[in-house]
Design a protein around this ligand. Structure first.
Ligand code: NAG
Ligand code: NAG
Ligand code: NAG
Ligand code: NAG
Ligand code: NAG
Ligand code: NAG
Ligand code: NAG
Ligand code: NAG
Ligand code: NAG
Length: 670
């Protein structure tokens, strides 16, 4: 009753233009609402504990961390996991009218973690006329006595319902599936880190439609294929098809309207949705780099937008609600609003400090799907977390070689352009962006060359998906997910390649005769206790050369591009002196030459890729020269060799073997 009165008083204070946005609070809760969406925050927990759209409860009852959110958590204190707001948060309410005349209210959670002095803020904003929450998250560290704390291994927000309202999850068209039932979840068997089999409940919808025996959380929730990484992902979430409500359908979405405060560039891929709708701001999954938390670290991530739609008797389909959410996935959306709230959000860069880049690049003829990327100056684009304050942008390059990037924070950037079909990247440092100005860049990209190309294997597209068990659809399930999404151990190496890989350039088929991953050793798997050592670590490539091709040739160059590789450093990129394969050597033997060409994959280039259902992770490449007289007229043999039985000690439930995932290879002579 008291709250109703408070709302009444507040409402009459609002301007006439809009009388719906309201806030109220007592000792234990803060409520922020407009005419459709209501969010209730627990002030001693620093998070949302109730959320409703048109009076439909979207979260369900709170039980521990479930039934709450969006809320912030991290792997960032000395011991690891922490939920900011769980110790002693302060919660502040701000209200105002933005430059468009629209009312907004915000809640700011602020907490200092006592043992380290790490400062956390989580921001949520609701506007009139919208059914979503704009979120920002900040971590700052100014502790002089311990200038190096640790890495920021994970930083994420979660919408984590505890209700059977939600029936489907979707992170892209190929990754849309029913959620496993409560029964299936209660009978699941862990087969790998965050990977379960639902074989105890074979009739469950997710099983029959999506996968065979196993559904890794990674398989429904990692954005892994080339077309589903951060480059293309802008919306993911959950859908309620009405069967568990009164027939009304609902959607809960994370809209990545801005991507400039993530790290890792357009190839970055991560968990998106598995019953929780995530916003992974930082993580080391798939070999992603993570920033260190050192004195002066101060980073504000966002905005992103948790959007809720449907409701009010909606019968909209998943696709319709998803399309609605997608309309907000644009950095130009709501710029005036964000400028207006910048005064409340520490570290947010308003449009007054941003400029535009207009580019034109002459591309190699064979380039398809070209993309232009702006990341921190002087660093490979996947390594931009080495500068924790760096921002990143990208745009598709059109068929005339033009691209345009707006809302770029002022500063100096590296421009990287890459494209399918082209070996190597185009890179240029020193692109300067000034506030309120347009920077024009005019470039010519000549594809790298070491003479005449004799052959290539695979498509240089930063993915190993074109090979066997990659993007080819799984025909045995109605939703035809790409095979790599299912689970690496669903495929038996011994069955697929009983005699190993013996590939002949010109006659073999990359889709069947070359595998998406080369293991040092395969097995045991949950399905097969056998271990295969001998057919896995040496792959053979046969190629014919004629006299003309070798005439007057002095130098040959073998280029190997990897779309991912796991060394003994796994996901963590930590050098562990107890491990033999921190740095992993991939050796290429040409025609039985005793000395191989060695490509060393550094410990800090390691990614956990295929075992987390990905075919595109941290990219590693090498161009290795050798004397052309190692080559012969007639049949030549290249052996790709990984060390025999090379494993590490895995602390998570993951296979110990090291492995590489080829993007593409080629041989040139000059
Ligand atoms: C504060 O408000 C919440 C939400 O309306 C209500 O459930 C709770 O009982 C109130 N607490 C107090 C101490 O008034
Ligand atoms: C958070 O709280 C600390 C300690 O009370 C204060 O110094 C700081 O200014 C607050 N930060 C924000 C963003 O409100
Ligand atoms: C800084 O870190 C040290 C531990 O290394 C801790 O004892 C100290 O309380 C921290 N300082 C602040 C201001 O939080
Ligand atoms: C983080 O710190 C570790 C330990 O000092 C160092 O090895 C690593 O290179 C640093 N990483 C980055 C991204 O700066
Ligand atoms: C590869 O296959 C060819 C025949 O296609 C055969 O001559 C050769 O011995 C095989 N190599 C290996 C390593 O199995
Ligand atoms: C794999 O290749 C290496 C290097 O040529 C060789 O020493 C080893 O015997 C080969 N292993 C098998 C099983 O053929
Ligand atoms: C391991 O790899 C790193 C990164 O590539 C390199 O700097 C280092 O020299 C290598 N160490 C050894 C012992 O080969
Ligand atoms: C890997 O480590 C080497 C030296 O140990 C360093 O030069 C290089 O920049 C690091 N690369 C990444 C991606 O962190
Ligand atoms: C392979 O390596 C593992 C772990 O080091 C070891 O236990 C096993 O005996 C090795 N197997 C063979 C055949 O060398």
């Amino acid at each position: 009753m008291r709250q109703n009165i408070a709302i009444g008083v507040l409402a009459t204070c609002l301007t006439l233009a809009s009388a719906t946005l309201r806030t109220s609070q007592n000792e234990s809760t803060i409520t922020v609402a407009n005419d459709r969406l209501t969010a209730v925050f627990a002030t001693n927990k620093g998070r949302i504990v109730d959320l409703s759209l048109d009076n439909q409860d979207l979260l369900g009852p709170q039980s521990g961390d479930t039934g709450t959110g969006p809320y912030l958590d991290c792997y960032c204190i000395p011991s690891g996991f922490y939920t900011p707001g769980s110790t002693s948060p302060t919660m502040e309410v701000v209200e105002g009218t933005d430059a468009t005349g629209t009312k907004y209210a915000g809640v700011i959670m602020n907490e200092t973690y006592p043992p380290t002095g790490q400062q956390f803020q989580q921001y949520w904003f609701l506007r009139d006329g919208e059914t979503g929450l704009h979120t920002f998250s900040r971590l700052a560290y100014y502790n002089e006595t311990t200038p190096f704390l640790r890495n920021l291994q994970e930083f994420r927000t979660l919408f984590r319902p505890n209700t059977d309202l939600w029936t489907h999850l979707t992170s892209s068209e190929v990754q849309t599936a029913p959620l496993p039932s409560k029964e299936a979840i209660s009978k699941e068997i862990v087969v790998q880190d965050a990977t379960w089999t639902f074989s105890n409940t074979p009739d469950d919808a997710i099983l029959s439609q999506m996968v065979s025996a196993v559904i890794p959380s990674s398989s429904t929730s990692h954005m892994a294929d080339n077309s589903e990484d951060w480059r293309d992902n802008s919306v993911h979430g959950m859908y309620a098809d009405g069967t568990t409500s009164d027939g009304t359908t609902y959607g809960a979405w994370l809209v990545m309207n801005t991507k400039d405060t993530y790290y890792g560039g357009p190839l970055h891929s991560d968990l998106t949705v598995d019953g929780i709708v995530y916003n992974y701001l930082v993580s080391n999954h798939h070999g992603e780099g993570t920033p260190n938390i050192t004195y002066g670290f101060d980073r504000t991530f966002g905005p992103q937008y948790y959007h809720f739609n449907g409701g009010k008797g909606s019968r909209s389909t998943l696709e319709e609600l998803r399309s609605d959410a997608e309309t907000y996935a644009n950095p130009s959306w709501n710029v005036k609003f964000y400028d207006s709230i910048a005064k409340h959000v520490v570290g947010y860069a308003p449009s007054s400090v941003r400029g535009t880049v207009q580019g034109h690049i002459k591309l190699p003829k064979v380039a398809t799907r070209p993309i232009a990327v702006l990341t921190v100056d002087g660093q490979y684009f996947q390594d931009n977390s080495v500068d924790p304050s760096s921002y990143q942008y990208w745009a598709e390059v059109d068929k005339n070689g033009k691209f345009n990037i707006d809302h770029v924070k002022e500063g100096k950037y590296r421009l990287t352009v890459y494209a399918d079909g082209v070996f190597g990247d185009y890179e240029r440092d020193g692109v300067r962006v000034q506030a309120g100005k347009t920077t024009k860049v005019q470039e010519t990209w000549v594809e790298e060359s070491a003479g005449t190309e004799v052959w290539r294997l695979g498509t240089p597209d930063k993915s190993s998906g074109e090979f066997r068990r990659g993007v080819a659809p799984d025909e045995t399930h109605p939703l035809h997910p790409p095979q790599y999404l299912i689970y690496w151990a669903a495929y038996d190496w011994q069955e697929d390649f009983p005699n190993g890989v013996n590939y002949t350039i010109g006659s073999s088929d990359p889709a069947t005769d070359f595998n998406t991953v080369q293991w040092s050793v395969f097995g045991p798997t949950p399905n097969n206790p056998g271990v295969e050592y001998d057919t896995t670590h040496n792959w053979t490539i046969n190629f014919n050369l004629n006299k003309k091709q070798l005439q007057k040739r002095k130098k040959a160059t073998l280029t190997i591009q990897l779309a991912g590789a796991k060394t003994a450093s796994g996901n963590t990129d930590v050098w562990n002196p107890a491990e033999e394969y921190n740095n992993l050597s991939l050796e290429s033997y040409i025609n039985g030459q005793e000395e191989p060409l060695s490509m060393v994959i550094g410990f800090n280039q390691s990614s956990s890729c295929i075992v987390r259902s990905a075919v595109s992770c941290y990219q590693v490449r090498s161009r290795m020269e050798f004397p052309a007289d190692w080559l012969v007229v007639g049949n030549n043999v290249l052996t790709l060799h990984l060390p025999y039985n090379a494993t590490d000690t895995e602390t998570a439930i993951l296979p110990g073997t090291v492995y590489v995932q080829y993007d593409a290879l080629r041989l040139e002579v000059s």
